[in-house]
Design a protein around this ligand. Structure first.
Ligand code: FES
Length: 115
């Protein structure tokens, strides 16, 4: 089997509604994940680009959070309506959708090497 060229991780983490952090599940993470799976298949990326449901990606305030590897592009606030644009611009043409990118300096939980 050939290696996948890319992996797309989509947070579908659930938390109780009382949790102040919120969750991507409450922002339709499962629907975004399903849209990536269906639309990547329809676009011919089966066994080339792999969408995976993910647990918490530690950027909860920015949900729905999506990260694309190997280029390590993090997206926040992703909705079902954004999936076509991410597939066309980023996956097909190699141009991340800048309006949705979480800048590196805004990613939470980064620990500089050697700290
Ligand atoms: S719940 Fe989605 S990033 Fe934490």
């Amino acid at each position: 089997m050939a290696k996948f060229e890319r992996h797309i991780f989509i947070c579908v983490n659930e938390r109780p509604g009382t949790d102040a952090r919120g969750s991507c599940s409450a922002k339709a993470g499962a629907e975004v994940a399903a849209a990536f799976k269906r639309k990547l298949y329809e676009a011919g990326y089966k066994r080339i680009v792999r969408p995976n449901k993910a647990g918490c990606l530690d950027q909860c305030a920015r949900g729905v959070v999506v990260v694309v590897y190997p280029e390590s592009v993090w997206y926040g606030g992703v909705t079902v309506d954004d999936v076509d644009e991410i597939i066309e611009s980023h996956i097909r043409c190699g141009n991340p959708v800048q309006r949705l990118v979480i800048p590196d300096e805004q990613l939470t939980g980064l620990v500089p090497p050697g700290s």
